[in-house]
Ligand binder design. Structure first.
Ligand code: MG
Length: 240
């Protein structure tokens, strides 16, 4: 194999978190008898993104993230529901849903057949990500899954990647060079920055054709997951 190890992001890379979150949102609102329109879903997504950004930058803790997004949504709607209970129900809905990104299943199957060693690195909550990974049917392809909530650090922090490399070293029986590890993910701030900073090679999954800023350039950019096969083939001549 061209790379000794592949580190895959989970959400928006292998699993369609948007589809999962959307159906969980509407099921939760229905369960709590809140009458919501599409605009409320959009409003919630903006709130959630703001809270996640603040959490990833270390400005708020995980409890504030979990509760604040619902409290703010209901304040906006002039409704009152217990945000703690709503969040609990919502996370349960999310944890029961694993919808694969197009091409993920076939890619992982083919990489596995080639005996490519792989792991998951994800920023997320343990109680949500563990059941989703189990439900996805992908778990058997990976040596391990590293979840920020369990590690106590997030991508792109160095400490998160230190832990990933400790586990890779355990799996392989020796420590690989950073450039022998390819990080694949959709987030420039978490996956590409994290991988680049650590000295890994990075592959940006960019199906929407966005533009990366000059100071945050991945080694590779792909629009479909099948392209990972080309990058990891030992015969590929492309220089990163
Ligand atoms: Mg992602």
């Amino acid at each position: 194999m061209r790379y000794r190890y592949l580190l895959f992001d989970l959400d928006h890379t292998l699993l369609d978190f948007h589809a999962t979150a959307r159906s969980a949102f509407f099921r939760t609102m229905q369960a709590f008898q809140v009458d919501v329109q599409h605009a409320h879903w959009q409003y919630y997504q903006r709130l959630n993104a703001q809270y996640w950004k603040a959490f990833e930058q270390g400005r708020i803790d995980v409890i504030t993230l979990r509760i604040g997004r619902w409290r703010d949504l209901f304040a906006h709607m002039r409704e009152w529901r217990n945000p703690r209970e709503v969040n609990h129900y919502y996370l349960e809905q999310v944890s029961q849903s694993a919808i694969a990104i197009d091409g993920a299943s076939s890619l992982l199957h083919q990489l596995h057949r080639k005996k490519q060693r792989m792991a998951i690195i994800t920023n997320g909550l343990s109680q949500v990500q563990r059941p989703r990974l189990a439900r996805s049917g992908f778990q058997a392809y990976f040596d391990f899954a590293l979840i920020s909530d369990e590690v106590g650090y997030l991508k792109p922090q160095t400490a998160f990647f230190d832990q990933a490399f400790r586990q890779i070293t355990q799996q392989l029986g020796h420590q690989p060079q950073p450039e022998e590890v390819l990080v694949i993910g959709d987030s420039l701030e978490a996956d590409i920055k994290g991988g680049n900073d650590y000295g890994c090679h990075t592959c940006w999954f960019n199906p929407k054709g966005l533009t990366a800023p000059p100071d945050l350039q991945p080694h590779y950019e792909i629009s479909h997951l099948r392209e990972v096969l080309m990058l990891t083939s030992p015969h590929t001549q492309t220089k990163p």
